[in-house]
Design a protein around this ligand. Structure first.
Ligand code: DLL
Length: 438
């Protein structure tokens, strides 16, 4: 494949490596002093480490600077890490924090443009173009999936059908009637959509023009990918991103290799050992860390994603110079992704603590059918509140469900159990039993 001169979106992908590294250094030498000047937490951490922005002379000097973590965003909630004045901020996105409070990422117009460009470059790499009709079935709103895929597709000149998630039968009808060629959603939602389509007697190959799926927001295996392709006849593409860095479009999988090109002209990757925090050479697996090179609303310097991956050492056959990361299958923290929604056990605990009749003893059970995650929450009731009054227990169950729904946005099956009945080992309850397909 060669650089497609007629498609301006694909131009940076093939940049000579020397130019790319020089550009990254130039951008770092701008964003680090900017962050130092505008974000007190970063300045304090640099001062504590005895490192100054002028110490960044070569790319590898980035390793001298402090990391940022999700808990920093929580502790500085809502705007403590915002570097740009509110005058320049045009949008907020939020994602789950480790406890009840979300994390909040304000963006400037330029930040959004970089993000849309990243998403558009992914779609172009997948073989999608301005002739395509893209149904965006990711959720719209605080979650970055819907708007991220939406603006990326529009940037490429596609026609967008912004259905959002849910109302599945109507989605299938619109997909058929409008001749949708691309669907963007979580892989688990697509499997659900396929089940509903089958129930409606709709065959993707026969009755729709669907040819591409743009899937991400949650880990999905090669087996799920093969299954999606087999039941629908589409090509399933992997798109990666996170709210803190942009949203979908930080990286996307290339048809030429088993991995995802990172748009490292905007998002500089490192891999670290999550225990020693040492930077690992390309080729070794560890935790992905990103520095946003030119997002000025909420710059992230050495942000620990907690996603486990590897930067491949081989140059990709497609000719893109941007490094390739392995698909993300696991995390180095306890964050769960259920129906594409990020959930921390500590968030569940914080919700339960608000219900006085409930003890802080719980167990999250995750299982899966062929197409869906099943989320069940077992909770111990306080001895003084536990009774065989069915009505009373049902209203308590609803109260717990509401508390969870309000914060997490999901409706698990709630099972109230008698005090002391959840199995303990060495006095401890295993918080998460995840028996979903691996
Ligand atoms: O999930 C952004 C996104 C939306 C990406 C739509 C792709 C498609 P967050 O809600 O902040 O943002 O969750 C980010 O989701 O750190 C990963 O653990 C996981 N994740 C995202 N994409 C993938 C993927 C969006 N393609 C967290 N494969 C990340 C595996 C993914 N995990």
């Amino acid at each position: 494949m060669s650089n497609n001169e007629t498609n301006p979106i694909s131009m940076p992908d093939f940049m000579p490596l020397g130019d790319l590294r020089a550009m990254q250094l130039r951008k770092l030498q701008k964003i680090i002093p900017y962050e130092y000047e505008h974000v007190a937490l970063f300045r304090r951490r640099c001062d504590e480490k005895g490192v100054k922005p002028r110490d960044l002379v070569e790319l590898k000097d980035l390793g001298k600077f402090p990391f940022m973590k999700k808990t920093d965003l929580r502790d500085e909630y809502p705007l403590g890490l915002t570097a740009a004045p509110m005058h320049d901020i045009v949008r907020f996105h939020c994602s789950s924090g480790t406890t009840g409070k979300p994390i909040c990422i304000p963006s400037t117009q330029n930040d959004l443009d970089i993000w849309s460009e990243g998403a558009a470059r992914c779609l172009a790499m997948f073989g999608i173009n301005a002739d395509d009709i893209v149904q965006v079935s990711y959720g719209y709103g605080l979650f970055t999936g819907g708007l991220g895929a939406h603006y990326g597709a529009e940037r490429l000149g596609c026609a967008v059908l912004p259905t959002g998630a849910g109302n599945t039968e109507k989605q299938i009808m619109l997909m058929k009637d409008l001749g949708v060629t691309v669907i963007a959603c979580t892989p688990s939602y697509f499997l659900h959509l396929a089940t509903v389509a089958e129930r409606m007697g709709v065959d993707f190959r026969r009755d729709t023009k669907l040819r591409h799926g743009v899937f991400g927001a949650e880990p999905w295996t090669d087996e799920i990918r093969a299954r999606i392709e087999q039941i629908s006849g589409i090509t399933a593409h992997d798109i990666y991103g996170l709210t803190e860095i942009a949203g979908p479009g930080v990286a996307g999988n290339c048809p030429y290799c088993h991995g995802l090109h990172i748009w490292e002209d905007h998002f500089y990757p490192e891999i670290i050992d999550p225990d020693t925090l040492e930077v690992l050479p390309d080729g070794e697996e560890g935790e992905l860390v990103f520095t946003t090179l030119d997002r000025f609303g909420t710059p992230m310097i050495r942000y620990r994603t907690r996603d486990l991956s590897r930067l491949q050492t081989e140059q990709c056959r497609c000719g893109r110079t941007m490094r390739v990361m392995d698909r993300v299958h696991a995390r180095s923290d306890d964050m769960l992704i259920i129906h594409g929604v990020n959930v921390f056990p500590s968030q569940i605990e914080a919700c339960l603590m608000k219900v006085p009749e409930i003890a802080p003893h719980y167990q999250i059970h995750l299982a899966s059918t062929d197409t869906m995650d099943i989320f069940e929450l077992k909770v111990e009731v306080m001895p003084e509140s536990f009774s065989d009054d069915v009505r009373g227990m049902e209203s308590l169950r609803k109260k717990v469900l509401d508390a969870i729904k309000q914060v997490v946005g999901l409706s698990p099956k709630i099972c109230l159990v008698a005090p002391g009945t959840l199995p303990r080992s060495e006095g401890k309850i295993k918080r998460v039993i995840d028996e979903r397909r691996k």
